[in-house]
Design a protein around this ligand. Structure first.
Ligand code: ACM
Length: 481
């Protein structure tokens, strides 16, 4: 085909240039990522070579040479012509997003997992691409139902395909504690034994968690672990009797809704427990954030709640991490470096902003992936309304809360709560096609995009998801092709 690039037996992937700025890496990680995506499905060798080592074939070159500083950490330029392809970026994040763009412009069969005859044609394009927001996330609740590392990694790879750069793992809740804590093994020997509905539970060992975190990191995604407290803690209370004010452990919850659990917040041994847990989480989390939850602590005295979250935020900070919490934590003085995740109360968002905190937007009626698309959606809930793809797409994170200075909004995140979500197919059907809507709100400027344009572009992705064996919801507003 004229103008584009055909991947052949002789095509190589070349890395040029060194470290461009402090902390920014060259394109070697992205080169390996691209080769890892393409070799199994193309059957081509796609050797990753240093400059000059290539034979006579075309090359996909990753280079920092000439990178424009305005590309920032995540921007990139991609030029594809018949002679080859060139990716220019200032660091590993930008190179990684260019890999996802290459994945998106190859034939849909690239999403498959077995060797497929080509042709593997990359169209001639020139792309300059820089994200609007630095926080573009999704969240998976592995507490209400547990999902094994292989499933979680498949979801992370889907997030990567759409250039989301934060993966929030909701690791603890009333119905399960899903991360091994060496200092408190009961949290998982007892707290991970079941789930919503009373079925089997599960948890990540420290090693499994570390593997998931590095799988995400290879795709440019920072895992944000959440230990939700002081409410949403029935599984911890069931595991360790002295966390309860009266020393009496309840059973691990199996009902979907528990609104009264609370750690005994003013006790010193509770404070030591929180410090132990957060120290272990910080130790195995290379990313800069730890989420301390803080939502719906309806069983906690409000003044004691504030003292508790202030102290928990300080512990996070003492480990060199930035605290993140649901919007209720803005009722406390958690510090201006705290990131507040707006989900329900605009006053909490305004209060946080007025004290210099940054806000991630997850308004339930727009961004909650557990909301049904419409009455026919087989799983999910409706308490924040139906969220069809158009509703998911039709808002602006910077303008969502009237009166908020746009500069405090660092981005958006689409959480998937799993009270009703029990399988990978459910996860994918709730995420697709809405996840790309959130990704576009996070990446693209508000001007120059439209629902009409989006729904037609989105239509082409159905074949990609099918080729990748992924479930999705056939929202009738999308002209699936
Ligand atoms: C939440 O949905 N309780 C943050």
């Amino acid at each position: 085909m004229a103008g584009g690039l055909e991947l052949t037996e002789d095509t190589t992937i070349t890395v040029r240039g060194g470290v461009h700025r402090t902390g920014a890496a060259d394109g070697s990680g992205a080169a390996e990522l691209l080769a890892g995506y393409l070799r199994p499905v193309t059957g081509l060798p796609l050797a990753v070579t240093p400059p000059g080592a290539a034979g006579g074939g075309s090359s996909i070159v990753f280079t920092t040479e000439g990178a424009d500083t305005r590309l920032g950490d995540e921007g990139y330029e991609l030029r594809i012509g018949s002679g080859g392809a060139e990716v220019v970026a200032g660091g590993s994040a930008g190179f990684g997003w260019a890999v996802q763009t290459i994945r998106q412009i190859l034939p849909a069969e690239v999403e498959g997992d077995r060797v497929t005859a080509g042709p593997w044609h990359l169209p001639a394009v020139t792309i300059r691409d820089v994200p609007r927001f630095p926080w573009r996330g999704t969240m998976l609740d592995v507490a209400r139902h547990f999902f094994a590392p292989a499933d979680v990694e498949r979801v992370i790879d889907l997030a990567a395909l759409y250039k989301l750069n934060r993966f929030h793992l909701h690791l603890t809740d009333d119905q399960g504690w899903r991360l091994e804590i060496r200092g408190h093994p009961e949290l998982t020997t007892i707290g991970a034994t079941t789930s919503v509905g009373g079925g089997p539970g599960g948890y990540f060992t420290r090693e499994q968690y570390a593997d998931v975190v590095s799988y995400a990191a290879r795709r440019g995604i920072v895992v944000v672990p959440e230990i939700d407290m002081p409410g949403h803690t029935e599984a911890a209370l069931a595991s360790i009797p002295w966390l309860n004010g009266d020393g009496q452990a309840p059973p691990v919850a199996t009902d979907p809704v528990v609104l009264t659990s609370s750690l005994a917040v003013d006790r010193e041994d509770t404070a030591r427990f929180v410090a132990d847990v957060l120290a272990e989480v910080a130790e195995i989390t290379p990313g800069p954030y730890i989420h301390i939850g803080g939502d719906e602590s309806l069983g906690t005295d409000p003044a004691a709640y504030r003292r508790f979250v202030e102290r928990a935020a300080a512990v996070v900070r003492a480990h060199g991490k930035r605290p993140v919490g649901w919007d209720e934590i803005a009722t406390a003085e958690v510090g201006p470096d705290t990131i507040v995740q707006h989900w329900i109360d605009v006053e909490n968002a305004r209060s946080a902003a007025s004290r210099g905190m940054q806000i991630v937007m997850s308004p339930a009626g727009r961004a909650y992936l557990d909301m049904k698309y419409d009455h026919s959606t087989p799983v999910g809930t409706t308490w924040a309304g139906y969220v069809d793809t158009r509703t998911a797409y039709g808002w602006d994170p910077a303008a969502q809360v009237p009166g908020l200075p746009p500069s405090v909004v660092v981005g958006l995140e689409a959480p998937l709560w799993t009270e009703t979500v029990t399988t990978l197919e459910h996860i994918e059907a709730m995420m697709l096609p809405r996840l790309p809507a959130y990704a576009e709100l996070g990446w693209s400027r508000a001007t120059g995009r439209s629902w009409e344009g989006f729904r037609h572009r989105l239509a082409h992705h159905g074949r990609r998801w099918s080729a990748g064996g992924r479930a999705f919801t056939s929202d009738p507003a999308i002209p699936w092709g």
